[in-house]
Design a protein. Structure first.
Length: 132
């Protein structure tokens, strides 16, 4: 099951990371969606304790559903599989690893935008300005 987190916003005009939630709010291997400064993101806490954040918009379906995707791995690379057409993306750099013989929606790149995520004093922070 996926939870939707409250809207988070940072001070306008700054590039400081935005607090999104407490680490305790996240369930390993399940994604959550958050609205950070007007942008939907998908946040994942993996079983190994690593945190990852990517855009929530699926470039192949055009729906904001990646937070509902299935976590996994391809070799040593942690991944998220879209719940709609099952494309597989790297959570490290956003690369689309498996296209399922589909093309992204017109005008969209096949790869995901990855956002920097950090942990401070038990709180999860997202840095949209520090996107990879």
């Amino acid at each position: 099951m996926t939870a939707t987190l409250p809207t988070a916003s940072s001070t306008a005009g700054t590039s400081a990371p935005t607090r999104v939630c407490a680490l305790a709010d996240l369930t390993p291997e399940l994604g959550v969606a958050a609205l950070v400064d007007g942008e939907q993101v998908a946040i994942f806490l993996l079983a190994d304790g690593s945190l990852h954040c990517v855009q929530n918009l699926d470039p192949f379906s055009g729906a904001s559903v990646l937070s509902r995707g299935i976590t996994g791995s391809k070799g040593d690379v942690p991944t998220i599989a879209s719940p709609i057409y099952k494309q597989v993306f790297s959570l490290l750099d956003g690369t689309c690893l498996v296209t399922m013989d589909k093309q992204p929606k017109e005008g969209r790149a096949a790869d995901l935008v990855v956002h920097r995520v950090s942990l401070d004093n038990g709180d999860v922070f997202i840095d949209l300005a520090g996107s990879a």
